[in-house]
Design a protein around this ligand. Structure first.
Ligand SMILES: NC(=O)c1ccc[n+]([C@@H]2O[C@H](COP(=O)([O-])OP(=O)(O)OC[C@H]3O[C@@H](n4cnc5c(N)ncnc54)[C@H](O)[C@@H]3O)[C@@H](O)[C@H]2O)c1
Length: 259
């Protein structure tokens, strides 16, 4: 069966909502045993996991020991980890660097960089040869957007981490790739202070709309499965054509010739 994830053990961080949830759902439907990691303790994580036949493990990825426990618990329960999706991340409201609180920027890095770093660091010993690591990054890690210095830099760091670890793990045939989406229609897009992101999707992405979380999940599915054997060390853009250039639709909207 093409693109099957039967018999695969997959760990997805930040899986309660948005992209993480879409990835968990798709992986579960493709046959994987899915461990959804999330930081909330309001019962919604367990509920979300139950709805898609996944298992919830409470984990704050900014805390090294909790990442370690998540991966060890998964290994103890299932015997291996075939797929790791580092997805949990946060963004700060738009603010130029001189007004950005350094402690908040450091905290952001604890999740957006060290959450991913520790995820890989502590998963590799439990991963058999041929496994797949997927880092949900952002096109903000490739192209800069003013007002998001810490977030952009954290994503740039993930793209660099992805390449380095891909080289380190190549002799074990463990593939490591980053997915770099443009704006995605998830709760993150509607946070206060992120209003310009939605406008960018409308005016700047050639396809003229934000990405759907399910579209990111479809790419993650391809990178996770055994049909994808020769892609590693990539940062793959899924941005409605933005990295290709300026589209006509946004321009027409700008000058009032299109809705
Ligand atoms: N939404 C966008 O426009 C956009 C664009 C490009 C890339 N991304 C990336 O996609 C990924 C998913 O984002 P999303 O849009 O689904 O966002 P979201 O805010 O809707 O979901 C993020 C999830 O991560 C969880 N999380 C945050 N910090 C955590 C921590 N320390 N420990 C455990 N869980 C934590 C949140 O509780 C939430 O469930 C992120 O890496 C984000 O940077 C998002």
């Amino acid at each position: 069966m093409f693109f099957s994830l039967e018999n695969k053990i997959a760990v997805v961080t930040g899986g309660q909502q948005g992209v993480g949830f879409a990835v968990c759902k798709r992986f579960s439907e493709a046959g994987a045993t899915v461990i959804m990691a999330g930081r909330n303790s309001d019962g919604k994580g367990e509920e979300a996991a139950k709805a898609i036949n996944a298992t919830f493990i409470k984990t704050d990825v900014s805390v090294e020991g909790q990442v370690q426990s998540l991966l060890k618990d998964t290994y103890d329960r299932y015997g291996r980890i075939d797929i790791l999706v580092n997805n949990a991340a946060v963004i700060l409201p738009e603010s130029d660097i001189q007004d950005l609180d350094t402690e908040k920027a450091k905290k952001l890095f604890d999740t957006n960089f060290f959450g991913y770093f520790n995820g890989i660091k502590y998963a590799v010993e439990y991963m058999p040869n041929g496994s797949s690591i997927i880092n949900i990054s952002s096109n903000a890690g490739v192209q800069a957007f003013p007002g998001y210095s810490a977030y952009n830099a954290s994503k740039g760091a993930i793209n660099s981490l992805t390449k380095t670890v891909a080289l380190e793990l190549a002799d074990r045939n463990i593939r490591v790739n980053a997915i770099c989406p443009g704006s995605i229609d998830t709760p993150m897009l509607y946070l206060p202070g992120c209003e310009n992101e939605l406008k960018m999707a409308h005016y700047c992405w050639p396809l003229g709309r934000p990405c759907k979380p399910e579209e990111v999940a479809a790419l993650a599915h391809f990178l996770a499965c055994d049909d994808c054997q020769f892609i590693t060390g990539e940062d793959i853009q899924i941005d409605g054509g933005y990295s290709a250039g300026i589209g006509r639709l946004g321009l027409k909207r700008w000058i009032g010739e299109a809705e």
